[in-house]
Design a binder for this molecule. Sequence first.
Ligand code: ADP
Ligand code: MG
Length: 220
Amino acid sequence: MIQFTNVEFTYPDHTFGLTIQNLSIIDGERVAIVGPSGSGKTTLVKLMSGALIQQRGTIISCDTKLTNLNDRALRQFRLKRIGFVFQEFALLDYLNVRDNILLPCRLGAEPMSPEARDRAEALARSVGLHRHLDRYPQKLSFGERQRVAICRAIVTSPSIVLADEPTGNLDGTTADEVISILDDCVQQSGATLIVVTHNLELTNRFDRTIDVSEFAAAYT
Ligand code: ADP
Ligand code: MG
């Protein structure tokens, strides 16, 4: 569950902010976040993950009040409870596909278990990447790179998957495939799925659409 109550956020230069009196997303819900460029979609997902902290109000994410966490606890929370997928893939060029998928496990400071490796390989197989496990990202198509990023996002079985314009660098057909894979993988894991998208056709797949323009705070 993600719950925003009386939240006010503004950037330090006071040129943009969001005011969110009440927003609830229940466990397992699949939500599309839409709005024009610059309307605050990325800002909203950063508030959900604790990457930005509001000036007022309360945000509860996975039963955790984010303002109660110190930096270290927040980092652990993000690593364990949230999976991230980005428009630019954000894969590490010097790690092969297997090690890119396993990155959140490594950063979580847990010893690399055979179970984690098995899980990474099973995920790669489920999205058709098993032949690429020893390859490096630059040898892969953009659609394949985003599939690696999806495996990386769910390898720790997070409670929430946040995908910020995951199809922004993909053509129409590949975008559809990637959204299907993301949706299937996340549904199997039971996680909540939050996808920022410009593509209104893709929003049909989701339980609900949130237009972030509704939350824009007024600035002069
Ligand atoms: P979207 O993802 O919908 O395109 P963003 O959430 O990235 O929009 O940005 C919303 C607004 O906040 C934009 O006007 C942007 O310029 C501004 N903004 C984003 N990041 C910062 C920042 N670090 N400092 C000040 N303003 C910012
Ligand atoms: Mg954005």
